[in-house]
Design a protein around this ligand. Sequence first.
Ligand code: MG
Ligand code: MG
Length: 260
Amino acid sequence: MFGKSEPIEIKSIDELTLMREAGLVVARTLERLRQEVTAGMTTADLDAIARESIASHGATSSFLGYHGFPAVICTSVNREVVHGIPGETAIKAGDIVSIDCGAIVEGWHGDAAISIVLPGADSAVVALSEATKAAMWAGLAKAREGNRLSDIGHAVETCIKDAGNYGIVEDYVGHGIGTSMHMHPPVPNYGKPGEGPRLEVGMALAIEPMATLGSANVGVLEDDWTVVTIDGKPAAHWEHTVAITDEGPWVLTSLEGTRL
Ligand code: MG
Ligand code: MG
């Protein structure tokens, strides 16, 4: 994973400020979806809201047209882990709906995801989502100058394992981000600490743990996009884009622009 590597893009503070603008569009879009989602809506309804939100902020979508992807968000419900395509299936009470969104401002990308647990869900699904979110924050806190890249994945893995007996998906990982959505380096959600490139001021990473209530084995549906758990158990996905600054981690896709 951390072999001879391409360089990692370094951003100036002005460039990170543009990434923060993109991140804020993503944050506001996800917050609106979180507030509006109810049982009976379709995932296509959510995509329509997200399209309107991204456009209303004068931004463009990172996802629409990406390798032919037909929507501005990914919507992954229950056993779907990531990359679900919005469609006409209605969301039901008790579902877990993971929504991933990316936006571009002046060529700079922001990328984040939330999992929403609808009322009526099993408490184990709520706990899964909370554990995955906490693990994301544990990883974000390691996005500091001088740390090694694998310190992030180690923190994510440790946090999830401490929370319970969850599957940690290894087939999909976080990534560098900036002038493209997916850039070097890959950011796995597992591993030993103290390996890989040293983190430097001006790097930006998308940290995105995916965890399941069962096995971590996943496959891709016939639509060639939707990643699902093989055992059919529910999955959660949380993601933020974070910049490494000389004042610590700057979470570009949180509403508040959180500094850790
Ligand atoms: Mg994403
Ligand atoms: Mg991502």
